[in-house]
Each structure stands twice: as structure tokens, then as C-alpha cells.
Design a protein around this ligand. Structure first.
Ligand code: SF4
Length: 438
């Protein structure tokens, strides 16, 4: 029996899909990338944006066709799923399950009665089937207690749950032993790891996120360590200090600001002001020079005036981000923001996104140009049509120009992908760098 997985959404969903793949292979399924060959499809969906929900509806006809051709064919749904979406989607799927019930997947597929004997969070202890050979996601927590007014995560994933550190350490050690060179710790808000101590197995001796990072940083092997995502209100001085002193933690921080206007931030329930955010960035850049900083912005939040949007544009110019992930606001049923009229026109949201992208293009280029002439350590991650691509330790993409490299032979005969090399940066664009080996 063959399975095919379709994943939407963030890194956390991608990481969950690696666990779904492992579970399916444990119970005898074989992976296929060809949807037409599959006997089982599992869609791991995301309700965070309407566009992802619409794409799941778009697949429904394809599933009906597959059912007609293969009587054994089944299709299941999991992931970040709002109740109202679940009800509407029931008719397209043979089964819908909560990712926390992954250990019961075999029974769920067979539509047998389930005895929920395992802890619902135990699915995280299942070893994943990792897609990459270089980078591995390790979830350290799931869920969120923050209830930002636009976000469905606290409703779809539930409240925060932190994995015991022993389990995380064991997983990281085994990944490093297998040769993974980049470990990415995941959580909706990694900074609140163990803040609400709800681990099932050890309630008394819990450590916080900076201490967890330190423990992993102390491993003797050569690898890079990073994490996603941080909430500005919870990013502590202790974490900045650990990052600044670490040899393995890469110089990169994704710190979603969402808006550059205090009134909008309040409506978003973000619990910081624009000045708090600016102060935080100043402190981080002072302690960790050369750090790459990216952020998330929502344009067209209900009631966002032109003046309030200009404050966001001003913040982007001031901070000079290296990357900005911009989302046009769309109401998600069940959230507080959905109760406010979505009054910014689609065309205006589009225009605001365009304006921010133009600012980003300039700031990112300016930041990248500063790296020209520097020789940086690069992890080679990819090769397409004989062209190698890598990433610097401050999270910049680098195209490796072997034709111009004086010492290209250092790169060959092996290893190539998964190799650390030193490259001199010779060119910069807003979206990446070009380097030579010499
Ligand atoms: S911190 Fe806010 S935006 Fe992030 S997952 Fe939690 S509720 Fe959603």
C-alpha cells in the first residue's frame, strides 16, 4: 500500500508531516510522490490563511477521481484545523484526525474504535522520517497561549505544551550522530519553553529555553543550531547572552513585529510597543554584531489607516530588516479580529504589501553589500544543474561561483552537499550573495 502526503503551512506542519511519514512507514505503508499511485493520501492542512484552506477544497475533485479508480483508496485530513473548516470538509475525507492522536493512526485509517491509552502529546516522541539529509526540525513545544487577535493557532493547536528536555536532547544527539549538520528547534513561541510547566513526565526540574540551547550548544560535534519562532515580548537578556556566546547558534533571529503602529499592536494583542521592539533590536545588534533579522508583517489589519500603515513603513526603514514575510490580512473565523469589520480594500492591501517590499529590497541589498569582500563559512545545501548553493552562518543564501573560484579544486572531488566551505563574497543582491572559493 502506498501513501502520499500533502503539507500546507509552517515549519511546524512540515515537521509534523515527517512524523506522519514515520508512523505510516512503521505500519507498512510505502511512500510515493505520484498522487495517482497512492492508496492513501493524508493532507496536513493549515487554517492560518484562507488561501491554504481554499487549496484543500481545490483538491477534493481529484480525490473523487482517485476513489473511482481505486476501491481501496482513502484520504485523511489533519493539521491546524478550525472546527468550522472541519465540518465543511468532512464530506471530502474518509477520516479526520487530531495530530496528537498520531499513535492511533492505524486504527483511525481502519476506522476502528480508539482507546486513547497514550498521552495525546506523545506523538512528538515518535522519531520522524526526515526529508532533508542536512537540516532537521526538532519540535520542542507545540501550541500557544498568546491569543494574538488575528491568529487561529491557540484554537487549532491548543495551549502550550513543552517536551521534556531529556527527550529533545536524545533526539538531537541521534540526529547529529546520523550526520545532520543543522538542527532547527521549533515551537510557536520557543521563548516560552517550559514557562507554563506542563510536561507530563517531570514537573519539578524544568529548564528554560536559553538553558536548553546551552545544553545542545555544549555538544562536541560540529553542527549549526537555530530556532523558530520568537515572540518579542518573551525574548530575554539571558537568551541574547547565550546566542552571543555560542559557537553553534547561527547569527539569525526571526522576530515577528506584525505592525509598526502602537494602536494596531494593541488591537492585535501583541503586548509590546514599537519603542519596545526598537529597543530590543538595538540590544540584540549590540550584543550580536552582524546578526540577520527577519520579521512578519500583516498589512490591512481591520481599521488600519493610511497613517498607521505609514508607521509600519517607517519602522521597516528604521530597522533595515534582512527579510520580511508580508501577509495581507484575511479574517479567520473564531478569532477576535474577525469580529471587527475587514474594511481595508483588497487593492489597498496589495498596494501596502508592494510598498513594504520596495523598502525591504533596498534595506536587504544595503545589508548584503556590507558582506562583499568578506570570507565566510558556508554550509553547502543544494545543487541544481551543476550550480551549488549554500547558506552562511548568518542565514544568507549564497550561490557558489566555481568558474571564478581560484581554488575550485578544494570543492571537489567530494564531499559537496553537506560540506562546510569558506567562500569570499563577490556579489550581493537583495535576496542573496555570490561567493568564490579561493
Ligand atoms: S504568538 Fe500569536 S501569532 Fe504566534 S502562534 Fe501564538 S497566537 Fe499565533
Amino acid at each position: 500500500m502506498k501513501y502520499h502526503l500533502i503539507t500546507f503551512g509552517c515549519q511546524m506542519n512540515k515537521s509534523d508531516s515527517e512524523r506522519i511519514a514515520a508512523r505510516l512507514q512503521n505500519i507498512g505503508y510505502e511512500k510515493t510522490t505520484d498522487i495517482k499511485q497512492s492508496d492513501l493520501i493524508i493532507v496536513n492542512m493549515c487554517s492560518v490563511r484562507q488561501s491554504a484552506v481554499d487549496r484543500v477544497y481545490g483538491l477534493a475533485n481529484q480525490f473523487l477521481e482517485l476513489k473511482k479508480k481505486n476501491v481501496q483508496f482513502k484520504v485523511g485530513l489533519t493539521g491546524c484545523l478550525l472546527n468550522q473548516d472541519r465540518k465543511k470538509m468532512e464530506k471530502f475525507f474518509d477520516f479526520i484526525f487530531n495530530i496528537k492522536d498520531l499513535n492511533n493512526l492505524e486504527k483511525i485509517i481502519l476506522q476502528q474504535k480508539i482507546d486513547f491509552e497514550k498521552s495525546p502529546q506523545d506523538y512528538l516522541s515518535l522519531l520522524p522520517k526526515i526529508n532533508s539529509k542536512i537540516s532537521a526540525f526538532v519540535p520542542i513545544m507545540t501550541g500557544c497561549n498568546n491569543f494574538c487577535s488575528y491568529c487561529v493557532v491557540p484554537y487549532t493547536r491548543g495551549r502550550e505544551f513543552s517536551r521534556p528536555e531529556q527527550e529533545i536532547i536524545k533526539e538531537v544527539k541521534s540526529l547529529i550522530k546520523k550526520g545532520f549538520l543543522e538542527i532547527i528547534l521549533l515551537g510557536q513561541n520557543v521563548n516560552s519553553y517550559h514557562q507554563n510547566i506542563k510536561t507530563l513526565r517531570h514537573k519539578n526540574k524544568a529548564i528554560n529555553f536559553p538553558k536548553l540551547l546551552q545544553m545542545i550548544d555544549n555538544f562536541s560535534e560540529n553542527f549549526w543550531l537555530t530556532f523558530l519562532t520568537s515572540h518579542p515580548k518573551d525574548l530575554s537578556d539571558e537568551l541574547i547572552k547565550v546566542m552571543a556566546q555560542s559557537k553553534k547558534i547561527i547569527k539569525y533571529l526571526h522576530l515577528p513585529v506584525q505592525s509598526g503602529d502602537n494602536e494596531i499592536l494593541k488591537k492585535m494583542n501583541r503586548h509590546y510597543t514599537v519603542q519596545d521592539y526598537k529597543n530590543l533590536i538595538k540590544k540584540i545588534r549590540k550584543k550580536i554584531p552582524g546578526i540577520t533579522i527577519s520579521t512578519d508583517i500583516i498589512v490591512g489589519f481591520p481599521g488600519e489607516t493610511k497613517k498607521q500603515f505609514k508607521n509600519t513603513a517607517r519602522l521597516l526603514k528604521k530597522i533595515k530588516f534582512d527579510q520580511v514575510y508580508i501577509a495581507q490580512y484575511s479574517p479567520r473565523a473564531g478569532t477576535k479580529a474577525a469580529l471587527i469589520k475587514d474594511d481595508v480594500l483588497k487593492e489597498e492591501k496589495h498596494q501596502r504589501e508592494k510598498t513594504l517590499n520596495k523598502i525591504l529590497e533596498k534595506t536587504a541589498l544595503k545589508n548584503n553589500k556590507k558582506l562583499i569582500g568578506q570570507t565566510l563559512e558556508i554550509l553547502v545545501k543544494n545543487c541544481k544543474n551543476n550550480q551549488y548553493y549554500g547558506q552562511t552562518k548568518n542565514f544568507k543564501n549564497v550561490k557558489i561561483n566555481l568558474e571564478k573560484s581560484n581554488k575550485a579544486e578544494l570543492f571537489f572531488p567530494q564531499p559537496k552537499i553537506g560540506q562546510f566551505v569558506k567562500a569570499k563574497i563577490i556579489k550581493a543582491t537583495p535576496w542573496g550573495l555570490e561567493g568564490i572559493i579561493n
